[in-house]
Design a protein around this ligand. Structure first.
Ligand SMILES: CC(C)(COP(=O)(O)OP(=O)(O)OC[C@H]1O[C@@H](n2cnc3c(N)ncnc32)[C@H](O)[C@@H]1OP(=O)(O)O)[C@@H](O)C(=O)NCCC(=O)NCCS
Length: 332
């Protein structure tokens, strides 16, 4: 049976390191507060204006192709997951295809926030298993630093996010046991306004006004406690569901690669699943929350460090704005 294999993974983060102390110089916060509540020590921001998620994705895709042993020119479809697209339209995938020199290659942008990589994985898996495409570049890329309010008023959100991109090259495999076993994703829009940006909005005439800017509707707004509550309930729930319906026990998991939103959330998820800490990947201390990029970025680093290797059974789980959430089981 043809399955979808992760052939290679790559990542790229901008070089500008922004520590918690750097943020504390801009607004009222502290390294202690941020580390205690989130586990974040630093994050990366783009070095200068003019760098978008598609720019960050270029080196990530090249690295993923190299790891997969393919040429960039062999990519026959792009899926770009982002909540911070380079421009309102067209999608970042179109820009990326152009930067990579892939005219004519289809590019699909998806807007599933922190669960974007898992939503994209489900789409790519279906495409590949039905024989539609053979080399799909599944990208998660974000530039958050230009869209957060780096002031006292925005501090609850501003400390959480960082910029980065990562890519998985997916393709068919006949290797026994290898590949994507399952992807389960969910959404519940009743929580949409718990973590969102209200404006600009096509439902308002005009879409943006000075008043909306003054009312801070252009910045992300988050009910942190609600998000925390939902994430710690839904991530273990969907992870268990995927394990159960595939007859996989927790002991069979080699590594949990969770979305990196908050170290406390991921420790809680691991505890609920009864997974030992050494089987959980954390890199939030270095990058903060890179949203759609966070799972492939964590997987790419784990593979680079030799923590995740061929034959390993990887459990991925995510929760994010929407609300959206999901989990996947993949044998590398
Ligand atoms: C954001 C989060 C860390 C906040 O932690 P918390 O314990 O709920 O903190 P609270 O929001 O209750 O705020 C506690 C206090 O710290 C203050 N505070 C908020 N942000 C702060 C910051 N960056 N630095 C210092 N103090 C801050 C608050 O104003 C509040 O002060 P008060 O008690 O005087 O009113 C936590 O709710 C969380 O991680 N939620 C999930 C967020 C998430 O994962 N988002 C992405 C999902 S994909």
């Amino acid at each position: 049976m043809t399955r979808t294999a992760i052939l290679g993974v790559g990542h790229y983060v901008p070089s500008k390191v922004v520590t918690n102390d750097d943020l504390a110089k801009m607004f009222d916060t502290s390294d202690e507060w941020i580390q205690q509540r989130t586990g974040i020590k630093e994050r990366r921001f783009i070095e200068e204006e003019g760098i978008g998620p598609a720019d960050l994705a270029v080196p990530a895709v090249k690295m993923a192709c190299e790891k997969a042993g393919i040429e960039v020119s062999e990519i026959d479809a792009i899926i770009f997951a982002t909540l911070s697209p380079d421009h309102e339209f067209p999608g970042s995938g179109c820009f990326l295809g152009d930067y990579l020199g892939l005219p004519g290659v289809p590019a699909l942008d998806i807007r599933n926030q922190c669960s974007g990589f898992l939503y994209g994985l489900q789409i790519a898996d279906a495409w590949i298993r039905c024989g539609m495409y053979e080399r799909v570049a599944l990208v998660g890329g974000e530039v958050h630093s230009t869209g957060i309010d780096l002031s006292d008023e925005g501090r609850d959100v501003a400390v959480l996010f960082g910029d980065g991109a990562a890519c998985a090259i997916l393709g068919p495999t006949e290797e026994e046991g290898r590949g994507v076993m399952d992807v389960e994703v969910h959404a519940d829009g009743s929580g949409a306004k718990e973590l969102w940006i209200e404006a600009p909005a096509s439902k308002y005439i005009p879409r943006i006004t000075h008043e909306m800017i003054d009312q801070r509707k252009v910045w992300p707004a988050m009910n942190g406690k609600q998000v925390f509550r939902w994430a710690t309930s839904k991530m273990p729930e969907v992870a268990r569901s995927v394990l159960e319906r595939n007859g996989v026990g927790v002991a069979d998991i080699d590594l949990l690669v969770p979305h990196q939103a908050n170290r406390r959330i991921n420790e809680f998820v691991a505890q609920k699943l009864e997974l030992p800490t050494e089987k959980v990947v954390h890199n939030i201390h270095k990058y903060g929350n890179t949203t759609a990029a966070s799972i492939p970025l964590a997987l790419s680093e784990a593979m680079q460090e030799g923590r995740a290797k061929k034959g390993d059974l990887i459990l991925m789980a995510a929760f994010g704005s929407g609300f959206t959430w999901g989990a996947s089981l993949v044998r590398l």
